[in-house]
Design a protein around this ligand. Structure first.
Ligand SMILES: Nc1ncnc2c1ncn2[C@@H]1O[C@H](COP(=O)(O)OP(=O)(O)OP(=O)(O)O)[C@@H](O)[C@H]1O
Length: 268
């Protein structure tokens, strides 16, 4: 169980996240939507324990997130950040193995090795395992980082998995695959919270959607409850139509053209 009670994050005079409360339980896939700068990543970093909330409480299984020693926290939650800076020429497999560091002292055990094989295969990167991470494409690197994150909590059902824009650099096949993995992990009993920019992917996969605006929680509910032309306009300031897929009965949205006029003369 993850519970956020009235959490805010302030830097100087700026409040980046304001008084957000929600809770989630194992088995749930919660996807967060919001415009650029709405506070999504800041919220995720607070939930991960990386940033300390200015007020309120974050409890992971009834214990304040800030009270977890790093080693214990690493066995309860894993984080896929938006940016992962790697400067040394580790192989893809070595990066994924880093996810298992909290699980062993000197050398990985057979369980660790089996998990590495499993997540490499799941993320479609088995053939890249010996390649230098630095030589991989952006999307390939993202899949390696996803595999590392999964490896960390693979054998700890009930753990919290935090994914900040996990499909940003991925082609459509791997976008679908990544969200399908997230959904299956939720079904296995993990708590999965992800940030997305793609409203249709969120509508397709989320059990629940949290929509943020200007640091506040604006909507919280099932895709059918929260996705409407009105809510999308409120959050993203674009006009759109919402339809229902007759086969899946899930919502999908189609944005309307944005009328932008450019001056006839371009000054050089
Ligand atoms: N250290 C900082 N000092 C001042 N403002 C900051 C700082 N870090 C973040 N911000 C601002 O806080 C706001 C929220 O940032 P955050 O990264 O959480 O947004 P986001 O919703 O994840 O955006 P995006 O969709 O663009 O990734 C932004 O306006 C950002 O410029």
């Amino acid at each position: 169980m993850l519970t956020a009670e009235g959490i805010s994050y302030k830097i100087g005079q700026n409040t980046l996240v304001k008084d957000i409360s929600f809770s989630m339980r194992p088995g749930e896939l919660l996807l967060v939507l919001g415009a650029n700068g709405a506070g999504k990543s800041t919220l995720l970093r607070m939930l991960s324990g990386e940033k300390k909330s200015s007020c309120g409480h974050i409890k992971l299984y009834q214990k304040e997130i800030s009270d977890y020693p790093p080693q214990e926290l690493a066995l309860k939650r894993a984080v896929l950040n938006q940016q992962n800076i790697v400067t040394m020429a580790f192989s893809a497999e070595e990066i994924v193995m880093m996810g298992r560091y909290p699980h062993y002292k000197n050398n990985p055990g057979q369980t660790d090795l089996n998990i590495i094989d499993e997540v490499l295969q799941l993320c479609g990167i088995t053939s890249l395992r010996t390649r230098s991470y630095l030589s991989l494409s952006g999307g390939e690197q993202q899949r390696v980082q996803l595999a590392r994150t999964l490896a960390q909590i693979w054998d700890i059902p009930g753990a919290l998995l935090l994914l900040d824009e996990p499909v940003a650099a991925l082609d459509v096949q791997y976008q679908q695959q990544t969200l399908a993995i997230a959904r299956q992990l939720a079904k296995r009993g993990f708590m999965v919270l992800g940030i997305l920019h793609d409203i249709n992917l969120a509508a397709q996969y989320a059990d629940r959607i949290l929509m943020l605006k200007k640091g506040r929680k604006w909507y919280d509910g099932s895709p059918a409850e929260v996705l409407s032309s009105k809510s999308i306009y409120e959050i993203f300031e674009i006009d759109s139509d919402i339809y229902t897929n007759p086969r899946t009965l899930k919502h999908f949205f189609i944005p309307k053209d944005v009328p932008i006029e450019l001056n006839n003369q371009i000054s050089i």
